[in-house]
Design a protein. Structure first.
Length: 365
């Protein structure tokens, strides 16, 4: 699973940054405390843009009704437009936002009153990253974090890998044609195509409010493998009742298959003041199960990740050559193969390998 390049807690009382990168990774260990006072902040950085953040807590925090989520635009911190907010006031959840057009890379050298505790790559002479900052105006209960990870806008290849494959003399940047932003958007489109065609994904994805018919034995999720079940709730006749996860609780999750066996016998209540059909799958009990979860294969560990990277790189490169007038940037090849023949070969190879990745599962939008 993609992990943070940098993750810090700014401890204002100690005027120092605490490096939580290792603690945020998906590695078993002790949970770490987050903001302990209103002047503390979280800083999360990645080498590419990311559209959501996942948190899993050990101790659920209480930071009031709203946390401040901001991004760095190159000169100032600006508010993010939050679209989904489970916040860190819950045991686990996803915070999703609109990716800003003016999001810029930078370091944390001048973000606070001191730079103590920063890795050299995040200091004054470091390399720029995309940053999100979290702060709060209320601290009632301090949250302790078990893990956190980003949802990157792309993850199967990089602009640098594309430039290398095309044998360009320089990497893509804001001043090249095409610009790095154009290449990144093309990578996003190609990755989306790969995910839909293969019915798989090699980066984290969030499924919110999926509804299923009730089964007394098990429910099969539309997507797998499961990274984290955030919530399973069942309609009880008046509201959705959140179930408890665990073999000794209400249900457990087979992460690899996406099968959710129920460990309790659940019956429909009969205490109603109005006429109703008291049968699972009918009337108000149609699609009575609601699921929220994160799913996706681990790109770093999956045996097909090298194949996925190769497919993405070839398709993006082919689209760059075919859809834009960038042919002057690319070597024309040997006497035996023209650039058009190269592009055709890339597409043919990528399509063949993409077919091998296709799952037998139905893709349900």
């Amino acid at each position: 699973m993609i992990v943070w390049d940098s993750f810090y807690l700014w401890d204002n009382s100690g005027t120092t940054f605490t490096d939580l990168e290792f603690a945020a990774s998906d590695i078993p260990g002790a949970a770490v405390s987050l903001m302990g006072q209103t002047t503390d902040k979280l800083y999360m950085g990645l080498d590419r843009k990311f559209y959501a953040v996942f948190f899993e807590s050990d101790t659920v925090g209480d930071y009031g009704t709203l946390l401040d989520w901001e991004y760095w635009n190159g000169s100032a911190w600006k508010n993010l437009s939050i679209s989904r907010n489970y916040s860190i006031n819950a045991a686990s959840g996803v915070i999703q936002y609109r990716v800003p057009n003016d999001w810029a890379t930078g370091t944390l050298a001048t973000a606070e009153s001191a730079a103590t505790g920063l890795k050299s790559e995040d200091g004054a002479s470091g390399t720029g990253k995309y940053w999100v900052r979290v702060s709060t105006s209320t601290v009632t209960t301090v949250a302790t974090m078990k893990r956190s990870f980003p949802f990157p806008t792309y993850g199967y290849t990089t602009p640098s890998r594309i430039a290398e494959f095309l044998q360009l003399r320089q990497d893509f940047s804001s001043t090249t044609s095409p610009s790095i932003t154009e290449v990144e958007r093309l990578i996003e489109r190609v990755e989306s195509r790969i995910d839909r065609y293969s019915t798989n994904s090699w980066k984290p994805n969030f499924r919110q409010d999926e509804y299923y018919e009730f089964s007394r034995y098990a429910i099969v999720l539309k997507r797998s493998p499961v990274v984290k079940m955030i919530e399973m709730a069942i309609w009880d006749g008046s509201s959705y009742n959140v179930m408890l996860e665990g073999r000794s609780q209400d249900y457990f999750v087979d992460d690899k298959t996406g099968i959710v066996p129920l460990t309790r016998l659940l019956s429909i209540p009969f205490t109603y003041t109005r006429s109703a059909i008291y049968t699972w799958g009918f009337g108000e009990f149609k699609r009575a199960v609601r699921m929220n979860y994160v799913w996706g294969r681990d790109f770093d560990e999956d045996v097909a990740s090298g194949q996925v990277e190769d497919i993405t790189t070839k398709l993006v490169s082919a689209d760059l050559i075919s859809n834009y007038d960038y042919t002057t940037m690319v070597p024309q090849g040997t006497d035996r193969f023209s650039l058009d023949q190269k592009v055709a070969g890339w597409r043919e190879t990528a399509d063949e390998r993409l077919e091998e990745l296709r799952s037998v599962r139905l893709w349900v939008p």
